[in-house]
Design a protein around this ligand. Structure first.
Ligand code: NDP
Length: 246
């Protein structure tokens, strides 16, 4: 199997850690960003216990200049980015009539604008080398909307438009661009939701449980593999049957 250099943004989070593990176990050189050096050290030490070495570069995905610097530093450490997983994300939930401009822009900047910020510094290199894999981690709520998440649903839906446009522009350069849309996965982001709300969510999932981070990581590993060369501009919904539309 060809070993590649992979950047997983938000690799220290629940789903990100699972993606990092999967890609590292496939033999790839894996990097992620961090914001807080102390938390980064603790995370790196924990994953090193599993025998996984991860390059860590400081970077805020909501800030274009920070992302440019992050990618250049990573390239000097590991080589050019060949696999990019735009995974970092946040929620700032509230109904729209109470939503502040800050709550709106924080979510759009971290989920959607981050796709520009991180992909822009890597795309020329991928085009030049005629190989690349880009995956956006969107959300079921970008497909179906969600009460209290106008900001998040708008940002996540925007990632689909980004994916299919980028897929068209770069297909002839050997670059595939896809979106993975997880349903509710048992990570800190979802465990922060009040238990009675979570129970109602689980009741709507035909498979009858929350997803596991590994179930999302498995799909990312598949889409970033050599053999997924003919899969581009698609959205892979992984949600236990919670939403069965596109
Ligand atoms: P977590 O909150 O566990 O992890 C989020 C990660 O993103 C952390 O590593 C965090 O780093 C990083 N991050 C957040 N903001 C920034 C920023 N401005 N710059 C750099 N890194 C940042 O989330 P999940 O693992 O649950 O979610 C991962 C992705 O999956 C997100 O895009 C989310 O929207 C999506 N998703 C999650 C679902 C779920 O059920 N959990 C369902 C559907 C989609 P730090 O430690 O510095 O905050």
């Amino acid at each position: 199997m060809t070993q590649r250099t992979a950047l997983v943004t938000g690799g220290t989070g629940g789903i990100g850690t699972a993606i990092v593990r999967y890609l590292a176990r496939q033999g790839h050189r894996v990097a992620t960003n961090y914001r807080d050096p102390a938390r980064a050290d603790a995370w790196r030490a924990a994953i090193a216990q599993e025998g996984i070495e991860v390059a860590m570069v400081q970077g805020d995905v909501s800030d274009p200049a920070s992302c440019e610097a992050m990618v250049r530093e990573l390239e000097s450490k590991l080589g050019a980015v060949e696999i990019l997983v735009n995974n970092a994300g946040i929620t700032r939930d509230t109904t729209f009539h109470k939503m502040s401009y800050q709550q709106w822009t924080d979510v759009v900047n971290t989920n959607l604008n981050a796709c520009f910020n991180v992909t822009r510094p890597v795309i020329d290199g991928m085009r030049g080398r005629k190989w690349g894999r880009i995956v956006q981690i969107s959300s079921i709520n970008g497909q179906k909307g969600q009460y209290g998440q106008a900001n998040y649903a708008a940002a996540k839906a925007g990632m689909h438009g980004f994916t299919i446009s980028l897929a068209q522009e770069n297909a002839k350069f050997g670059i595939t661009v896809n979106t993975v849309s997880p349903g509710y996965v048992a990570t800190d982001m979802v465990m922060a939701v009040p238990e009675e709300v979570r129970e109602k969510i689980v009741a709507q999932i035909p498979v009858g449980r929350l997803g596991k981070p590994e179930e999302i990581a498995h799909a990312v590993a598949f889409l970033t593999g050599e053999e997924a060369a003919w899969i581009t501009g698609t959205n892979l919904a992984i949600n236990g049957g919670h939403y069965m539309g596109w």
